[in-house]
Design a binder for this molecule. Structure first.
Ligand SMILES: Cc1cc2nc3c(=O)[nH]c(=O)nc-3n(C[C@H](O)[C@H](O)[C@H](O)COP(=O)(O)OP(=O)(O)OC[C@H]3O[C@@H](n4cnc5c(N)ncnc54)[C@H](O)[C@@H]3O)c2cc1C
Length: 568
């Protein structure tokens, strides 16, 4: 029976990363739940064992149910009738299987019915679900909106809403409007306080909302009359049981057909404030989007894994000129490159997830007691690393998912263009990953200050001190030279003092930083588990070095007089 977890030992390798010990200790508060819940872990080994078991169950469901339904869901899609969404029949079976297995509200504390999972193993579940069906991955993964409600909602809201998500109800994040996409400061959906009923009322339209008929919605709305920027926005919880929001239509899309993308009409919908007024965009939506960006990075890695699986199987099977096409270096090159981007991108994803885990667990502890000065320092360090790595993980993995899906079709030749093969669905599904939750261009906007303020450079120099195997040493030396190039290019751009030139080079500097980071991570992985990662480390560093050289040539040879050629 196919199992999307056990078939890929790279996942178990990441689950056993040395940082997990600290993550478990913090998340489990030194394993205090063991006296209250018989299924809570006793110690670190027990915690890892329990994550492993849940991942195995998720792998089984994804292999046997979700993957089996994927094609039917892609064809049938959801329907809209009387303002409500009806999922495709396969989607309903998928949801049912996940709820029965208790895979909802996974990261929430046990007292609410959750599994108290750290973000890292939860993200692994999201990756394998997306590998089976990226569209269904959206519906299931939107459960992570509950993190934001847990972080910023009050006790009363926790007790009313979190148990429902743990029991299998679904969520959506309602941010985008026709005139507010990348620029969420322009959100105009109106929130007014209803004195008579002691609640807020929402009026307006939201567009492109994934799973827009969910049970619980987090909504960004304008609560401060007369304002036009982000400081007038607050975050609200809308409960479908209260009514007032209808689905006007479901979009007809290129990919992720199983995931209903809805236009929503709010008519006097009753809602309640989550957190404080005016912090909706500035604080809460930023937290919400950082979580969701990690989710899209996981979805992208899942899609890259699916591309690799399909391309490898086809290349072994298909014969031309009297031999399997995998034996042609041109085909093997494509396969090795897909695998290298998959392994390096996954390394970046889980490194980011681990950074998120540490700072979030410390944030949560800070709600119970004062952190020690050492803990405060640790919190600050990992919050910054998480913030700087999230746009790298999202942007790069989503671009790799697209490139890998493209190469997967190429390996299939003409058959890849035919609808009978899964690779065309993977290709269509991958396309959205570099657009939603902030386009790649917006990931660059989020990341660029970490280029200019030296954060990435300082992380890269720290990584140079991590011991590596003899076999990896020559690669590490090459990554040091790549980092020198990145540093020199950053300085060159900064020294011009020209903002337009700076903006033009931003994506190139971002990619230089990202490929250097991923090169280090894959070298570290190849040191710890050579049997899994040596090949990918070699292929990835060759690839990354060529990328750095390309950007280096562009930046160092660029003549500022040519800027006008880039204006339209
Ligand atoms: C299938 C799907 C599902 C979605 N799900 C949700 C959801 O669940 N909830 C939700 O709230 N939204 C959702 N969205 C909306 C999605 O997040 C937005 O589409 C996305 O953020 C881009 O906004 P836009 O479409 O308005 O494009 P625009 O903002 O108009 O961007 C157009 C182009 O301009 C570029 N651009 C814009 N601003 C800048 C800048 N400052 N610097 C450089 N380049 C820039 C962009 O990169 C892009 O190339 C979904 C969208 C789709 C298609």
């Amino acid at each position: 029976m196919p199992n999307f977890y056990t078939e890929h030992p790279e996942l178990r390798y990441h689950l056993n990363n040395p940082m997990m010990e600290r993550i478990c200790e913090l998340k489990e508060r030194n394993y205090r739940d063991k006296d209250e819940f018989d299924y809570a872990p006793q110690d670190y080994a027990d915690a890892i064992d329990s994550y492993d078991k849940v991942l195995e169950i998720t792998g089984e469901i994804t292999g046997e149910v979700i993957a089996a339904n994927a094609e039917g869901v892609d064809e049938e899609g959801p329907h809209c009738a009387n303002g409500r969404v009806e999922y495709a029949s396969g989607t309903k079976q998928n949801l049912d299987a996940m709820v029965k297995a208790g895979l909802n509200g996974m990261t929430m504390p046990r007292r609410f019915g959750g599994l108290n999972f750290p973000i890292t193993p939860y993200t692994m579940c999201a990756e394998i679900v997306a590998a089976a069906d990226a569209g269904f991955g959206n519906i299931w993964s939107l459960q992570d909106c509950i993190e934001t409600l847990y972080e910023f909602g009050n006790e009363d809201q926790h007790s009313r809403f979190i148990p429902r998500i743990c029991a299998g109800e679904t969520m959506s994040m309602d941010l985008t409007e026709p005139d507010a996409g990348s620029d969420l400061q322009s959100v105009m959906l109106k929130a007014t306080y209803d004195e008579a009923n002691n609640c807020w009322r929402l009026n307006g339209v939201k567009r492109f909302i994934t799973n827009g008929d969910a049970d619980l919605h987090l909504v960004l709305a304008r609560s401060e009359e007369g304002t036009r920027d982000g400081r007038g926005l607050s975050m609200f919880i809308y409960d479908k049981r209260d009514g007032g929001v209808n689905v006007r239509r479901i979009e007809n899309k290129l990919g992720i057909h199983g995931s209903p993308t809805c236009e929503l009409v709010y008519k006097n919908a009753r809602a309640e404030l989550c957190g404080d007024r005016k912090l909706g965009l500035i604080k809460y939506v930023m937290a919400l989007m950082n979580g969701a960006r990690l989710g899209i990075a996981a979805q992208s890695v899942g899609l890259s894994q699916a591309s690799y699986n399909e391309a490898l199987a086809y290349a072994k099977d298909r014969k031309q000129f009297g031999k399997a096409i995998i034996e042609f270096p041109a085909v093997a090159d494509m396969l090795s490159t897909i695998k290298a981007k998959l392994d390096a991108g996954r390394a970046l994803l889980y490194q980011t997830a681990r950074y998120v885990d540490i700072y979030k667990a410390l944030d949560d502890i800070a709600r119970e007691r004062k952190l020690t000065p050492e803990e405060r320092q640790e919190q600050k360090k990992y919050a910054k690393l998480a913030d700087s790595f999230t746009p790298l993980a999202k942007g790069m993995n989503s671009e790799y998912a697209n490139q890998n899906a493209y190469d997967c079709i190429q390996v299939h030749g003409g058959s890849g263009f035919m609808l009978e093969y899964a690779c065309q669905r993977i290709y269509r599904d991958a396309r959205i990953t570099s657009i939603y939750e902030g386009t790649t261009q917006l990931q660059v906007v989020a990341a660029i200050r970490y280029v200019t303020n030296g954060s990435y450079l300082s992380t890269l120099r720290d990584y140079e001190q991590v011991a590596c195997s003899e076999e990896m040493k020559p690669l590490l030396e090459r990554v040091k030279v790549m980092t020198d190039r990145f540093e020199a290019c950053t300085n060159l751009v900064k020294e011009t003092g020209n903002q337009e030139l700076h903006d033009l080079m931003a994506r190139r500097l971002y990619e230089m930083a990202a490929v250097c980071v991923m090169s280090h991570l894959i070298i570290q992985d190849a040191t710890r588990a050579p049997e899994l990662f040596v090949q990918s480390a070699k292929v990835y560093v060759n690839y990354a070095e060529a990328e750095v050289e390309k950007h280096n040539a562009f930046i160092t040879k660029f003549n500022a007089d040519d800027l006008a050629a880039y204006r339209k």
